[in-house]
Design a protein around this ligand. Structure first.
Ligand code: NAP
Ligand code: MG
Length: 494
């Protein structure tokens, strides 16, 4: 492996041990900078998922009984271990995903540490309650863990999304079987090693890298998994809903998005230009919350676009491991082709490519999955304004007034996130209220914090990650009635 790791286990993590898959298969992991192989990891099949679920179920009774403070302490130690190994995790995530070092160093890795720390602190502070019922009775509510939870993570933010999923699940007392995307399993396996080092008991966490239709599908079908948390495409999300009917699993779905990013005529233009570039070009646009639809007031559209396109052209593409790189490759060849295809779709529908839409000219990048930052003028009803492209690809449309912009902004099947830029305080809150969206950013974009609920509405899914909402998602209420006055119930009283 061309990255220095203190140790690296490229196997499945089941019951506290790194083990080979039952069928002996492996998955080749590529570096998207040049598509060279980095390493191979063991592939989990159905039988391996079953073993992992059994290990989790065996670990569950002791884990849920452990004092919440002690469970929290393990997560706090894990947060420290992430920080102590930050440099290594930074490089590992960069070569596996293509995120430039400046992103992995300043965003992915620190956000991962703070998420484990937040939920470590939360473990012993998430309380039940008492309901004021009739005299003579006490009714108290316990928040109990669900049991064995399945978690399916995509390839766009593997390290960070793993912490968003495991942090609250473990703090609440669940045991976990997690499947990373087969494209990007490396940082998750390294986290499993750190978990073992800091003392998580065997079986509490199990990691099963494998293919979605095999290992992922088994998690969705498994009769002993009572909750499944999924991040990925809306199409696979729908399949998971169908599979969950078997044992009526509790689901949490974080699916696609088509973020509206609205620039009003009174916006601070330099701030909006920089913020909108971050909204779409950070992580090569591979974010469900990306501001992928730029919606400009017609009075400032030309001025804004001039500056925005200038900025897009100046973004430095390059090897993620180069300190100067501002944008890396997409995570896979297949995905690069998919994004390029949308450039053709845009043209077929009468759209105009204002910049980008092709591979960079640099011969040093020709083997990698690179695409130039792309800005496309299109109509709100075009496919590129309706479907998730998931790349450094932003559509531009204009509007005349607030009524029209709300219609455009709310005119997709999705409802995950959106942003708006204005100096008018009343308009800011009015528009935020009208956006059909799980998250709204005013004069900023793509802010996340472990305390702030994250998730969408409509075809963007349901349930929330982060904050107290995540703790509710990973627990269920038990209502306990006590007859405190030793009354004899009135019916059939003899
Ligand atoms: P995907 O197919 O939905 O994959 C997401 C995760 O689900 C991966 O771990 C995948 O496994 C797994 N999976 C696939 N089929 C499954 C099945 N039948 N049962 C259970 N799990 C299954 O997404 P993708 O192909 O990676 O990306 C395609 C599109 O999804 C993107 O272009 C984007 O629109 C969307 N996406 C959204 C997010 C987000 O953050 N909301 C993240 C990633 C992708 P394997 O990949 O290992 O086979
Ligand atoms: Mg890879």
């Amino acid at each position: 492996m061309n990255v220095q790791t203190k140790s690296f286990q490229n196997k499945l993590f089941i019951g506290g041990e790194f083990v080979d898959g039952d069928a002996g298969g492996t998955i080749e992991v590529l570096n998207p900078h040049d598509n060279s192989p980095i390493t191979e990891v063991a592939e989990a099949r159905e039988a391996d998922v079953d073993r992992a679920v059994t290990a989790a179920a065996e670990a569950f009774p002791a884990w849920r009984r452990m004092a919440a403070m002690d469970r929290g302490r393990l997560l706090l130690k894990l947060a420290d271990a992430v920080e102590a190994n930050a440099d290594e995790l930074t490089r590992l995530e960069s070569i596996d995903t293509g995120h430039p070092l400046r992103d992995t160093r300043f965003l992915d890795v620190p956000r991962t540490a703070v998420t484990y720390r937040y939920f470590g602190g939360m473990a012993d502070k998430f309380e039940g309650s008492v309901v004021p019922v009739e005299e003579g009775f006490l009714n108290y509510l316990l928040r109990e863990p669900v049991g064995v939870v399945g978690q399916i993570v995509p390839w766009n933010f593997p390290l960070m999304f793993t912490s968003w999923k495991m942090g609250p699940a473990l703090a609440a007392g669940n045991c976990v079987v997690l499947k990373p995307a087969e494209l990007t399993p490396l940082s998750t396996l390294r986290i499993a090693e750190l978990m073992r080092e800091v003392g998580f008991p065997p079986g509490v966490v199990n990691i099963v890298p494998g293919y979605g239709p095999i290992a992922g599908q088994r998690l969705a079908d498994h009769p002993d998994i009572h909750k499944l948390a999924f991040t990925g495409s809306t199409a696979v999300g729908r399949k998971i809903v169908e599979s969950s009917a078997g044992n009526l699993k509790k689901l949490q779905l974080e699916l696609g998005g088509k973020g509206a990013n609205i620039i009003f005529e009174d916006a601070n233009i330099p701030a909006a230009v920089g913020g909108s570039a971050f909204a779409i070009f950070h992580n090569q646009g591979q974010a469900c919350i990306a501001g992928s639809r730029l919606i400009l007031h017609e009075a400032i559209a030309d001025e804004f676009l001039d500056k925005f396109i200038g900025l897009a052209k100046s973004i430095r593409l390059g090897d993620p491991l180069d300190e100067n790189t501002e944008m890396g490759p997409l995570t896979s060849k297949m995905h690069q082709e998919r994004v390029l295809k949308y450039c053709e779709v845009a043209k077929e529908e009468g759209g105009e490519i204002l910049t980008g839409g092709k591979l960079p000219d640099d011969p040093a990048l020709e083997k990698g999955c690179y695409i130039e930052p792309t800005v496309v003028r299109a109509k709100p009803s075009d496919r590129v304004c309706q479907e998730e492209v998931f790349g450094p690809f932003v559509s531009v449309t204009t509007f005349r007034d607030e009524e029209e912009v709300m219609e455009i902004a709310n005119g997709t099947e999705y409802g995950l996130a959106g942003g708006l830029w204005t100096r008018d305080l009343q308009r800011a809150h009015r528009v935020a209220a009208q956006l059909i969206s799980g998250m709204v950013w005013i004069n900023c974009y793509k802010r996340v914090n472990p305390g702030s609920p994250f998730g969408g509405v409509r075809s963007s899914g349901y349930g929330r990650e982060m904050g107290f909402d995540a703790m509710r998602e990973y627990t269920q209420t038990k209502s306990v009635w006590v007859n405190v006055d030793a009354q004899i119930p009135p019916y059939y009283k003899r």
